[in-house]
Design a protein. Structure first.
Length: 91
């Protein structure tokens, strides 16, 4: 994966905050739409990792998965009931 310059990254994020469409951002900055998507996706994943509402439950998640036999709906229910974490479906 090619590294994107920090200045370009900040420009993409600024234009996105202004409500510009992905295609417009790519035209204005003369970069591919996939490059814009990568920057935006990376920002979203980092904000989720550092989100204070979601404590690190990684070790517990494996045990919950085993208890629920991989049933995703049941995993959501346990996360909500026992840990107070509400998991939404991806759009």
């Amino acid at each position: 994966m090619a590294m994107i310059a920090e200045e370009l990254r900040q420009s993409i994020l600024t234009l996105n905050k202004q409500g510009r469409a992905l295609r417009d951002i790519s035209r204005i900055l003369k970069v591919s739409r996939n490059a814009v998507r990568r920057v935006l996706r990376h920002r979203e994943s980092r904000s989720r990792q550092n989100h204070p509402k979601h404590p690190a439950i990684g070790p517990q998640l494996a045990e919950i998965y085993r208890r629920c036999r991989g049933n995703g709906v049941r995993i959501q229910e346990i996360l909500k009931d026992e840990h107070g974490i509400e998991v939404r479906r991806a759009p």
